[in-house]
Design a protein around this ligand. Structure first.
Ligand SMILES: [Fe+2]
Ligand SMILES: [Fe+2]
Length: 251
């Protein structure tokens, strides 16, 4: 296994490791995103066992011990399994996440006291980079779920949203909604809930120009349209579930 590194927006790098055994035969990518600045931020750490690969990949871009911020979509191994390995090698690094993740899990799991972020709070990384933290509870899964948006480049790091299988180019401009719908059909990984469409549609209001997918390529283009189409698909799924529940009740 090796980790490829590609710049997907000015100063924002996608570190991508393809694992053929996951979701075989298509395989599956695990991506982290490094935003460079005076206070560099890593979004997703990768699982613990991937730490040597991710550390080496970060080392191609900056000294890993200079990492300042560690954030991620939610508390799962591929999102944050290696956070304590990072805290151990980067003495000024802090985990940054929302109130739910910090109070429920990270105050206990993280080896250094995390920085708690309010919904909508911005961390200025220096070098013009500004990262806005946004709560997306239960979307696509986990109570503490969140995304981050880098304002200067219009880059939304959208975690497990738009998950797709397979290995493709680092950056695409074609359809990412069809492959995401297919992966949802395959994995059923989302916590379908009545607010899901609304939550995803609210991200469309950011008008992102680049989307960083945790499992899939990055997307360059009209992020709003892609987010609205994904929201529509989840609304459709939620309605289908309601109809199923009504039928079960009537039976
Ligand atoms: Fe996840
Ligand atoms: Fe993930």
């Amino acid at each position: 296994m090796n980790t490829r590194v590609d710049e997907i927006a000015d100063g924002i790098f996608r570190l991508s490791t393809f694992v053929p055994e996951v979701a075989a035969p298509a395989g599956f990518t695990f991506n982290q995103f490094l935003i460079l600045g005076d206070e560099p931020l890593l979004f997703h750490t990768g699982p613990r066992r991937m730490f040597p690969l991710v550390r080496e990949a970060v080392g191609r871009l900056m000294p890993p011990e200079h990492l300042r911020w560690i954030s991620f979509g939610h508390v799962e191994a591929d999102e944050c399994g290696a956070m304590n390995e990072w805290l151990a090698i980067a003495p000024h690094a802090l985990v940054a996440h929302g109130e739910t993740a910090v109070s429920v899990s990270l105050n206990d799991l993280a080896d250094r006291t995390p920085r708690m972020l309010r919904d909508g709070e911005v961390i200025a990384l220096g070098g013009g980079k500004r990262v806005r933290y946004l709560d997306t509870p239960h979307t696509p899964h986990a109570w503490e779920a969140a995304v981050v948006y880098e304002e200067s480049t219009g880059t939304l790091l959208c975690g497990d949203l738009f998950t797709q299988v397979g290995e493709g180019p680092a950056l695409v401009s074609g359809d990412i909604v069809g492959p995401a719908v297919a992966a949802e059909d395959l994995f059923r990984y989302s916590s379908l809930n009545p607010n899901m469409g609304t939550t995803i549609r609210s991200l469309a209001g950011l008008s992102p120009r680049t989307l960083g997918l945790m499992h899939g390529p990055a997307f360059s283009g009209d992020g709003s349209t892609a987010l609205r189409a994904l929201a529509d698909d989840y609304d459709r799924r939620a309605q289908l579930r309601e109809v199923d529940a009504d039928h079960a009740e009537a039976a």
